[in-house]
Every structure is written in structure tokens, then in C-alpha cells.
Design a protein around this ligand. Structure first.
Ligand SMILES: [Zn+2]
Ligand SMILES: [Zn+2]
Length: 611
């Protein structure tokens, strides 16, 4: 990556250059050589126009090449004065292309926001990754660290951020999530390095982002949301070296900021850190690679770190001693109302009740014909939500599969039902946060009821009581990572309680490793039990997984590559294969898959699918 000593005018190239053509297809995913005339004034990262199979298309200059074909066509023109990457950033983009078996063209397109040509003309030109133009702020770190000084590995993290590298998994104590991020970024800035902070969501605006902007003001680029023009303007300004801290969602991991000392992944286990379109990269992995390439630190922060992060070579950073509220485990009781929770709710001034199930209840039986309730359209289960009964599978209005009637006997349970009974118990007002409400912490005298969509980065919350309902249902959900997601949600909810507050979890499985991890505040207890379980299923965490689609020859072709695990499903003429690979085999696999794509056997590759 660039250093402060780097010249501000980007290097010009001429002669044979490697071009990545803007055709995001695995079958064309290799560099093509063209002659670059010196007078075009182009270089690494330039967007140019080249002739390709008789047509004029765009492509990016990757660098000089010795791979000279018998017949070499010339680059026609330069399309933009902007350099979209430099050699350092290109190496990260190429790593993404290889690791996720994705065309380099789609990686580049995803790493750079859509162009707004007007901003290019008006703006700064050249140098995708700028040298640091901003001065280091001085009045930032005085005295010993405020938060990380109380963490094992905290001093080690701060010194690495100052002048070293490596991976750190940080487990913030309740209420510390934001402060830890601010302190780590402050250390990078004080050492003259820059930082990229990756948050999973832009809405609601994460408390971590608010605090960083408050702490570092004009040094901070908010690369979060905004319209197309504003996003592109911000990206150009970052590339011009106008900022020292970049805060953003996934694409910010490629932000063209120089002098990187810290890549900080907030809530690293969050599902939104995975890109849902090609290239299906995970921000955590890219951040680790970019930090490695830049000689900086990657921090993975989460109250409940992911199993994947536990497989990465890292230093653990966690609060010294116990910094976790007491967690009481009780049996659910009638309709999920344990007497102890009911009593605690009566006394609580500020409380949060976490209920993962939506709605008011599930339809059990048809009131007209007494048959078990099922959707008339697809036989799926029916749920009552916001006063309406609908199918949870196809979304159709609830009609009995047997007689077409639309009144059902309900098995009550879900966030609306919890709101109802909590109103009858609590001595302060009860509010339910629906999926469309803006997440917020409970007010001064309030009980808040909500599901997964309530658990956002809201800063320190500190309520008297957190109730975790329906824990057993969350554990029973299908999917290989459902147990991990359940625990992560419980721990985020529990972290809303004051350390001297109360957490009450309702479960019939007190000895389940996930429940034990919640009780102790130690997710590693869960990891020790869960990792062997996933390994036995063929998909241990931290192992590259791909979903590959293709024709009827696909299964045999992929079996020849000897994947660690392969599950194949045929759907008519299409075959879908789910594979787990040994990490060292990804490059070989990628070459083979690109060849199979050229032969039409592979049609699509999706990396790291949610399992
Ligand atoms: Zn249905
Ligand atoms: Zn019926």
C-alpha cells in the first residue's frame, strides 16, 4: 500500500499492458494484453476503452506485462482521469477474485461506487490511493487507555495499532462496544496511521459511527448511504487523501485510503457483512487480507465473536475479570411466562424483552371444520400478525386448506402476545418495536418488547432487566448456523443489561452449550461444542464453502477436484453442488471452475453461502 513518501502524480505506463475487460464472466476472467500508447497518459487503475471481439468495451489497466500475444491491439482511449486502484489495492482485489472464485471485473465494479462523470470533471484527479494529506491530530491520546487498559490483550492491541500488525478478536464488555472502537482508532491516528471502520448497517446510524464522528470530526469520512453523486464524491475525496478515518458498510473495505494502520470490523459476525451479490465476499476476510497487505491491524469486534473468527490466527482481547450481568435460567412456564420473570418485570423500571418470534401466534386448528390449520395455497403454517392471518411460506391470506374458512384457533406466542401480557404485569408503560419502527433503547420508565431487528448498535443501554424468551425455539431453527445466530442475539440482548442488573432466560435446556455460554458470558464454551458438530456435518467453520451451479456434467467434474465435502442436488437440467474445500485448494479449484465455465459446465459460483 502507498506510503506518505509516495509521489502524488501517478506513474504513467506505455507499451504492452494487462487489461481486465469489463465483462464479469468467469469464462473471460483473465488479463488481456494491449498496447498502451504513451500519449494517453494512463497507468495502473486507469479506465480505458479497448477493441474486444470487434466491439469497443471498457477495461482497467492492471500493469505492464511480458505476456505478449502474436497480434496485439492498441488501447483506444482513456475513459476517465481517475485512477480506480493502485498496485497495492489491486493485490487485494485480485485476492478477492481468487478467494471467492469471482471475476476480477465484478470485484473491481463492486469496490468502486458507480461513476458520476460530473464529479470527476469538477474534482480531484489521479491517485486512487492517496498519500496522507491530513496532519495527525495531536490532542487525542493522553494518559493510559481509558477502556482497553482493563482488557487482557488491550495494551498489545494498542501497541500493534500504533506500529505493527496482526489480527485481534475483541469482545467488548456490555456498554464498551463504542468506547473500544474510539480508543483503537485514536491510537492509529495518534501514530500517524489511518483507519477504516466497517459497520454492518447504515440504518439505523450505528452508535459507533456517531461516536467516531464526534471524536474525530473532519478527519472522518462517512461512506455510509447517501445518493449516487454524494457517494462518488466522497469516494473521490477519500482517494484524494482528505480523510484519515473511513466509516462504512461493505464497500468501505476497499476505500482508497493510504497509510492504513487499522481495519476495524464492528459486529463482525453480523450477516450483513457478507456481500449477497457476486463477488460474494465476507468483509471480515477481506479486512484481514487488506490489513495484512498494508502491514496493519485487523480488529474483529463482537460481544459474541463468530466461530469463523475463532478459527483465524488472532490475539484475544477481553475484559479482565467478570463483566457480564448475572443470567438466571428458568423454565418457560405457561405461554412462556415464568413466574420469576413476571415478578422481575413488575419491579423493573427499564426493561427489554427479547422475543424472536414475530406476530401474535400460530394458527393451530380451523374453527369451521376443526382440521389442523394449513395454508390453502401451499399447506404451509399460518401466523397471526398485526391482526391478519397469513401463510409464513407463501404469504397468502390465511385460508383453511380443507374448507377455505379463515377463522382459526391460535397457539398464542410471539412478540405481539408478549406485549399483551407484559402490559398486564409491568408497572411502567410497555412498547413493542415493530419491524418498521426505528430501533431505540427503552426510555427512562419503559418496558420495550422486540425481536432481532431491535438489536442494533445503540451505544451503552444499561437496563434493569433483560428477558430472553423462547430460547428453545431459536435453538431448534433449521440451518447449520442457526444456533450460533441465536446465541449471538441473546448475548447482544443480555449486553443491554447493567452489569449489576438481571438477565432471565427461559429455556428447558439449561445445560445446552449455547445457554451455558450465555450464562457465563463466555462464547468459547459454545464454540468448543459447536465446532466439532459442524465438522462432523462436513462444514467446519473457517473452511471455504462454495455453491456451484451448472449442467448435468457438473457433479462428476467437481468430484474430480476431491472437495472435502460435496452435496449435489439435481433440479431438471441444472445441478447445484455445495462444496467445502481445504483452504489450500481454493486457487486450484478456482482455475478448474473457470475452465469449466468456459466449457459451459459451470454457470454460476456463489461463495460462502449462508448455511
Ligand atoms: Zn402458503
Ligand atoms: Zn377448515
Amino acid at each position: 500500500m502507498s506510503s506518505a513518501a509516495r509521489s502524488s502524480s501517478p506513474e504513467l505506463l506505455s507499451g504492452p499492458v494487462a487489461i481486465c475487460v469489463d465483462r464479469p464472466l468467469l469464462a473471460l476472467d483473465r488479463p488481456f494484453t494491449y498496447e498502451l500508447p504513451a500519449e494517453l497518459g494512463a497507468g495502473v487503475g486507469s479506465l480505458v476503452q479497448v477493441p474486444f471481439h470487434g466491439r469497443a468495451i471498457r477495461g482497467w489497466v492492471l500493469g505492464s506485462t511480458d505476456d505478449i500475444p502474436a497480434r496485439m491491439l492498441a488501447v483506444r482511449k482513456v475513459v476517465s482521469p481517475v485512477r480506480f486502484f493502485d498496485a497495492g489495492l489491486l493485490s487485494v482485489l485480485q485476492w478477492v477474485s481468487e478467494r471467492y472464485v469471482a471475476p476480477l471485473a465484478s470485484v473491481i465494479s463492486r469496490a468502486v461506487p458507480p461513476r458520476v462523470v460530473g464529479e470527476e470533471v469538477a474534482g480531484v484527479r489521479g491517485g486512487a490511493v492517496a498519500p496522507l494529506a491530513m496532519p495527525s491530530p495531536t490532542p487525542l491520546l493522553h494518559g493510559p487507555p481509558a477502556v482497553l487498559g482493563r482488557y487482557t490483550g488491550g495494551e498489545r492491541l494498542l501497541s500493534a495499532v500504533t506500529e505493527g500488525g496482526g489480527n485481534f478478536v475483541v469482545r467488548p464488555a456490555p456498554g464498551d462496544e463504542v468506547a473500544v472502537a474510539v480508543e483503537a482508532v485514536a491510537a492509529a491516528l495518534a501514530a500517524g496511521r489511518s483507519a477504516v471502520v466497517l459497520v454492518p448497517e447504515a440504518d439505523p446510524f450505528p452508535a459507533t459511527a456517531v461516536a467516531l464522528q464526534h471524536a474525530f470530526g473532519d478527519l472522518v469520512a462517512m461512506f455510509l448511504g447517501g445518493d449516487k453523486r454524494a457517494r462518488y464524491r466522497m469516494w473521490l475525496d477519500i482517494g484524494a487523501g482528505m480523510y484519515r478515518v473511513v466509516i462504512g458498510t461493505r464497500p468501505a473495505v476497499f476505500a482508497p485510503v493510504g497509510g492504513l494502520g487499522l481495519l476495524y470490523v464492528a459486529r463482525e459476525g453480523h450477516t450483513q457483512h457478507r456481500e449477497e451479490r457476486s463477488p460474494y465476499y465476507h468483509v471480515r476476510d477481506v479486512a484481514i487480507e487488506r490489513a495484512r497487505a498494508a502491514g496493519g491491524v485487523c480488529v474483529m469486534s463482537a460481544v459474541c465473536p463468530s466461530l469463523e473468527s475463532s478459527m483465524v490466527d488472532h490475539v484475544e482481547v477481553a475484559h479482565v475479570g467478570r463483566a457480564w450481568p448475572p443470567v438466571e435460567v428458568v423454565k418457560p412456564g405457561v405461554e412462556g411466562r415464568a413466574p420469576r420473570l413476571v415478578r422481575a418485570l413488575r419491579d423493573a423500571r427499564r426493561a427489554f424483552l427479547y422475543e424472536p418470534m414475530r406476530g401474535y401466534g400460530m394458527a393451530r386448528v380451523c374453527k369451521a371444520c376443526s382440521e389442523p390449520a394449513a395454508c390453502a395455497a401451499c399447506r404451509g403454517p399460518l401466523r397471526s400478525e398485526e391482526g391478519q392471518v397469513r401463510c409464513t411460506v407463501c404469504g397468502a391470506e390465511g385460508r383453511c386448506a380443507n374448507c377455505g374458512a379463515s377463522t382459526f384457533g391460535l397457539a398464542r406466542g410471539g412478540v405481539e402476545r408478549v406485549e399483551e401480557w407484559a402490559r398486564g404485569v409491568a408497572s411502567v408503560p410497555v412498547t413493542r418495536l415493530g419491524p418498521k419502527d426505528t430501533p431505540r433503547p427503552p426510555g427512562e420508565a419503559e418496558v420495550l418488547v422486540g425481536g432481532l431487528e431491535s438489536l442494533k448498535d445503540l451505544g451503552p443501554v444499561g437496563v434493569d432487566l433483560v428477558g430472553i424468551l423462547n430460547a428453545d425455539a431459536a435453538l431448534r431453527r433449521p440451518g447449520m448456523s442457526s444456533r450460533e445466530r441465536a446465541l449471538s442475539a441473546w448475548m447482544e440482548a443480555a449486553a443491554w443489561a447493567r452489569v449489576d442488573g438481571r438477565v432471565i432466560v427461559q429455556t428447558n435446556r439449561p445445560n445446552d452449550p449455547a445457554v451455558q455460554a450465555l450464562v457465563t458470558g463466555r462464547p468459547e464454551r459454545f464454540a468448543r461444542a459447536e465446532i466439532p458438530r459442524l465438522a462432523e456435518a462436513g462444514f467446519p467453520p473457517g473452511i471455504p464453502v462454495f455453491r456451484v451451479m451448472g449442467n448435468t456434467e457438473l457433479e462428476d467434474a467437481l468430484a474430480e477436484l476431491r472437495p472435502r465435502t460435496m452435496l449435489a442436488t439435481a433440479l431438471g437440467d441444472e445441478t447445484v453442488c455445495l462444496l467445502a474445500l481445504e483452504p489450500g485448494d481454493v486457487a486450484m479449484f478456482g482455475r478448474a471452475v473457470r475452465e469449466l465455465a468456459e466449457r459451459g459446465i459451470v454457470t454460476r459460483v456463489e461463495a460462502e453461502p449462508h448455511l
